[in-house]
Design a protein around this ligand. Structure first.
Ligand code: PLP
Length: 346
């Protein structure tokens, strides 16, 4: 049976072109900055993001951690959303390893934090308070319906940060999904942030890796931090080669994933017993809910699994589906059919 795996875009496998690129990759020792393929990827990433420099790290989690540790000293504070990936799903790395204090404020359903809430969270100069150093944004916002934050919003947060002498980091794990959905050059979304990380291993289908981008001075510091974390890789060109192909070939096709996500959301909206707001679906992530306790989320996932469709259940009645490379319009129709059958049977 063919499996339609909608749990995450991290399940994507490298394309044949990536495997070919890995096979032919020119390699060296990247801790000595002598891996030509990694150097090329880092230069490409910096150019794409409109920054001076970039560095390859193992994962999105390491990218965000390298940035918070490089920007902040022990006892300093980071303002971030209460539904941000960094706060919820990165093992509390900034406090565990950096003694950095996370200060959460509410994420709105569109992934933003209200400017007035950010402003209210910025600490005054008082010995009782930690010093605020950094504001973190997430684009697209995973837990907030895969929403894309606009350049205007990001710039308004950056202006507020500047006014208060603060820095801005952008968790851009899916920044290309945001750029494609908003139909803007990705640089417009990154122009005014001090650092950002983006993932090769999600919608872009690379096997491993994320890039951290920023000023040359910041990336030199990030290189030290990456080493401290044990993230200095040697012949990293094996990873970077696939990453170059991902950047060259896999960005524009994200529009197809967004189209499939909308098709799925519209299909789900017509199924009795399931709730979704299709208008919230902007990119490749959709959330929906079971209306009533006709079955548990676990039961629904198990029944769908039997029909070859995999979803993530996140809470007692809430589900996530993510479209990606390898999921076709036919797979979406098959998923809608499977969901209808499961819901009719209860
Ligand atoms: C928004 C966001 N940031 C960061 C990450 C972390 O990436 P990784 O799984 O590569 O550590 C994820 C992973 O899903 C994510 O969705």
């Amino acid at each position: 049976m063919e499996i339609v795996d909608l749990r995450s875009d991290t399940v994507t496998l490298p394309t044949p072109a990536m495997r070919e690129a890995v096979y032919h990759a020119e390699l060296g020792d990247d801790v000595f900055c002598e891996d030509p393929t990694t150097n090329r990827l880092e230069q490409m990433a910096a150019e794409r993001m409109g920054k001076e420099a970039a560095i390859l790290v193992v994962s999105g989690t390491m990218g965000n951690l390298v940035c918070t540790l490089s920007h902040c000293a022990r006892g300093e504070e980071v303002i971030l959303g209460d539904r941000s990936h960094t706060f919820l799903y990165e093992s509390g790395g900034m406090s565990a390893l950096g003694g950095i204090h996370p200060h959460t404020i509410s994420n709105q359903p569109d992934g933003t934090m209200r400017l007035e809430d950010i402003k209210a969270a910025i600490r005054g100069d008082n010995v009782h308070f930690p010093r605020t150093r950094l504001i973190c944004l997430e684009n697209t916002h995973n837990r907030c319906n895969g929403s894309a934050l606009s350049a205007e919003y990001i710039d308004s947060v950056a202006a507020l940060a500047k006014e208060h002498g603060l820095l801005v980091h952008l968790d851009g794990a899916r920044i290309f999904n945001a750029a494609v959905a908003l139909e803007v050059d990705v640089k417009e979304l990154t122009a005014n942030v001090d650092s950002l990380s983006f993932c090769l291993s999600k919608g872009l289908s690379g096997p491993v890796g994320s890039l951290v981008c920023g000023s040359s001075k910041f990336i030199a510091e990030a290189r030290r931090t990456r080493k401290v974390l044990g993230g200095g890789m040697r012949q990293a060109g094996i990873i970077a080669a696939a990453g170059i192909t991902a950047l060259e070939e896999m960005v524009d096709r994200l529009a197809e994933d967004h189209k499939n996500a909308r098709r799925l959301a519209e299909g789900i909206a017509n199924i009795n017993g399931l709730s979704i707001e299709p208008a919230r679906v902007q990119t490749n992530i959709i959330y929906f809910e079971l209306d009533e306790n006709r079955m548990t989320a676990k039961e629904l996932v198990t029944e769908l699994d039997k029909k070859g469709v995999k979803l993530l259940s996140l809470a007692s009645r809430r589900f996530r589906a993510v479209t990606h490379y390898g999921i076709s319009a036919e797979d979406i129709d098959l998923t809608i059919k499977a969901l209808s059958e499961v819901m009719k049977a209860v």
